[in-house]
Design a binder for this molecule. Structure first.
Ligand SMILES: NC(=O)c1ccc[n+]([C@@H]2O[C@H](COP(=O)([O-])OP(=O)(O)OC[C@H]3O[C@@H](n4cnc5c(N)ncnc54)[C@H](O)[C@@H]3O)[C@@H](O)[C@H]2O)c1
Ligand SMILES: [Zn+2]
Length: 273
């Protein structure tokens, strides 16, 4: 199986890199894997009996902004501190070796691909980014970079004042992330990225495409569905699904049942002379 993966990688003219929360695990980030995974990462919410879905709700920014910013401020700080694991660089090496075109599609909001040196213009963040802010109302369609300093009391997971605010109206701002039950998310930035990806795929549809999918779960299957759609719709596309717990995919697409970094290292070892 690994040999076939190495063949697909070495012959690829185009790479589509698709990633879910599991891509961050080898950089030390938690995935959420249902309520128990979430509570292990955030014991304060276990004490409060609140699930990921309940915490990731835009209503908190209106009702109790210190609570809303507690969750998202903590994650902002965590993702700012995180160093992307070696796997990000292994793929970049393959891109250079093949002089290949690429695009990243991720449900992660953590900005780790850009941090690892991937071109901002070649990333589609389907659920938005924690590093961008918008007004919670919203009073306008403005989306701006999040360079706020946010401090959190980790015992209560509440953010300390002052909280990030909208420069337009002075209301508390929120991350430009699609949350649950979210009617005020501004999709404009993500739409622009999506259109760039659609143009990319249309331009490259006749070429040999390797879709490398890593850490995409089936609970919110957006990323898995995207990889599969490309795999079935585009003639010369092969999907390589790297996932330790849910690696299933129908042939001719290929399943690697291991962690992202481990899988990428093994493939790389076969490619290197
Ligand atoms: N870093 C982030 O931005 C971040 C973190 C957590 C959740 N989220 C988002 O929240 C939603 C749900 O999150 P979730 O945690 O249930 O994610 P998920 O549903 O994507 O599940 C994580 C997946 O990663 C796999 N995995 C675990 N360890 C791995 C490893 N070392 N290498 C590769 N794969 C590994 C698991 O088997 C699972 O399939 C998604 O939209 C997700 O993108 C984002
Ligand atoms: Zn505003």
């Amino acid at each position: 199986m690994l040999k076939r993966v190495a063949e697909v990688i070495s012959e690829a003219e185009v790479f589509v890199i698709t990633a879910g929360a599991g891509m961050g695990v080898d950089s030390g980030l938690p995935d959420f894997r249902g309520d128990h995974g979430f509570w292990k990462a955030y014991p304060a919410y276990a004490r409060l009996g609140l699930s990921f879905v309940e915490c990731a709700n835009p209503q908190h920014f209106a009702d109790d902004p210190s609570f809303g910013w507690g969750f998202y401020g903590h994650r902002t700080n965590l993702y700012r501190e995180t160093v992307p694991h070696e796997g990000f660089h292994i793929i970049k090496k393959w891109l250079e070796r093949n002089s290949a075109e690429y695009f990243v599609i991720t449900s992660n909001v953590d900005g780790q691909f850009q941090k690892a040196g991937y071109d901002e213009e070649r990333v589609h963040e389907v659920h938005g980014s924690i590093h961008c802010l918008q007004c919670q109302t919203p009073c306008s369609s403005a989306i701006w970079h999040n360079d706020e300093v946010i401090t959190i009391d980790e015992a209560t997971m509440r953010a300390r004042q002052p909280l990030p605010r909208c420069p337009g109206c002075g209301e508390v701002s929120r991350p430009n992330i699609l949350m649950f039950g979210d009617w005020s998310w501004l999709p404009d930035r993500t739409r622009v990225q999506e259109q760039a990806f659609d143009r990319f795929l249309a331009k490259n549809a006749d070429r040999r495409i390797a879709v490398i999918e890593m850490g995409a779960g089936s609970a919110i299957p957006t990323i898995r569905a995207t990889s599969e759609r490309i795999g079935w719709m585009v003639e010369h596309a092969t999907v390589i699904r790297i996932n330790p717990r849910e690696p299933e995919i129908k042939p001719p697409h290929i399943s690697l049942p291991c962690g992202a970094l481990e899988g990428l290292r093994k493939i790389d070892a076969l490619l290197s002379p």
